[in-house]
Write a protein that binds this ligand. Structure first.
Ligand SMILES: *Cc1c(COP(=O)(O)O)cnc(C)c1O
Length: 380
């Protein structure tokens, strides 16, 4: 790591712990699908899937076909589901690599039927049901038509049926998620009446996995919790109040190094736009990290980093590849000392939730915005 200016460390023990914690909550019929979209929530697709497979999971879910094909090279027989939209032109690639596509309309199913027919091999799909998120999905009132379309040909094999919750993270209002789940069960019954009873029935994301075991069905889709982060503060508090244990440990630490240290007099303007001046005589350090790396420009003047266990404030604007922090309080900081942008240093901690709160977003975005080109180092 001595050769990296800015890098991501991935703690394999934390990841293994999280898988174990979540597995312990699972309904006995449910298998475990690791959601690795968004470059494995910014952690690194290759590194995370290798680690996850050593811990034994049953499936991967990605957003797009290219990630699915990349994973197929390393995992010849694992169930891989594409959650997002797939262009018609790519259906052939999906079938060839035995990738399961999420489909939810007549056009998609007809395309799968024609590609399946041409290859003389059934096209594996998961039907996504619209139950109240108003994203992709089959409206309940259209399900009958879709079923009729499916019955017309053997070229498509329905391997799964799924839906996605809109606000299951908001534990103060579980009613809406409950109504979505009821609709999902209704549509499963409707499919069954027509002889469509796929092996994979799935709707539970992290919050549902943790709080609502009745939603686990035959497969759960774990995203944020896999990486050791709570889906929301409400979920974390609910778990604490209900008194059961679910130990989640953050997997990712983001580090950089001091590029320069200098003494700066009170009143000196700092950075582009002269947006801030030094409030007293002190010392600043230059960090070789900026918004290109995924360190959000909104953290200008309000971000914090850890150096030798001390919290240091970002001063002035975050630049493309550099930023400036106040190291006046740090005893004897030196060039190339480690800086923690996100992670733990002694008793101090900067979590993705802390950063998200500062700039009014969610931990998911902080993590997935980390530039995929930064080196990832697995810590065993
Ligand atoms: C992202 C996503 C998940 C995972 O959600 P988490 O809250 O991160 O666990 C599950 N299902 C679908 C369809 C998703 O898009």
């Amino acid at each position: 790591m001595q050769r990296y200016r800015t890098w991501i460390e991935l703690n394999e023990r934390a990841l293994t712990n999280n898988i174990k914690s979540l597995n312990a909550l699972l309904d006995s019929n449910a298998r475990f699908c690791a959601v690795v979209k968004g470059n494995a929530y910014g952690h690194g697709l290759k590194e995370i899937t290798q680690m996850v497979s050593r811990s034994g999971v049953d499936a991967f879910a990605v957003d797009d076909i290219d990630d699915a094909l990349t994973l197929r090279e390393s995992f010849p027989s694992t169930l891989i589901i594409v959650l997002g939209y797939t262009l018609f032109d790519r259906f052939k690639d999906a079938l060839r690599a035995k990738i399961h596509l999420t489909l939810y309309d007549k056009e998609g199913i007809e395309q799968a039927q024609s590609v399946g027919k041409a290859s003389a091999r059934p096209f594996p799909i998961h039907l996504k049901i619209e139950t109240g998120t108003c994203r992709q999905g089959i409206l309940i009132e259209d399900l009958e038509d879709i079923i009729r379309l499916l019955q017309r040909s053997e070229a498509v094999k329905v391997m799964g049926v799924s839906t996605h919750f809109a606000n299951v993270e908001d534990t103060s209002d579980p009613e809406y998620a409950g109504s979505q789940f009821a609709l999902f069960q209704e549509s499963i019954s409707q499919l069954k009446r027509y002889g469509i009873d796929p092996a994979w029935k799935h709707c539970a994301c992290s919050a549902a996995i943790i709080l609502y075991p009745q939603t686990h069905q035959t497969l759960v889709r774990a995203g944020i919790s896999l990486y050791g982060i709570w889906p929301s503060e409400l979920v974390e508090n609910t778990v604490r109040n209900q008194g059961f244990s679910c130990d989640l440990q953050p997997v990712l630490t983001w580090k950089t190094r001091i590029a320069q240290i200098k003494s700066v007099r009170m009143g000196t303007p700092i950075g582009y736009g002269l947006t801030q001046v030094m409030k007293r005589n002190g010392r600043v350090a230059i960090m070789p990290v900026g918004y290109w790396d995924g360190y959000d420009r909104s953290l200008s003047s309000i971000g914090e980093v850890l150096i030798k266990g001390y919290r240091c404030k970002v001063l002035g604007r975050i630049c493309m590849n550099m930023s400036i922090v106040d190291v006046s309080e740090v005893p004897q900081p030196e060039k190339e000392d480690e800086i923690i942008l996100l992670g733990v240093d002694g008793r101090q901690k900067i979590s993705s939730e802390d950063i998200a709160r500062k700039i009014d977003t969610i931990s998911y975005e902080i993590l997935t915005r980390i530039n995929p080109l930064l080196p990832r180092v697995v810590i065993a």
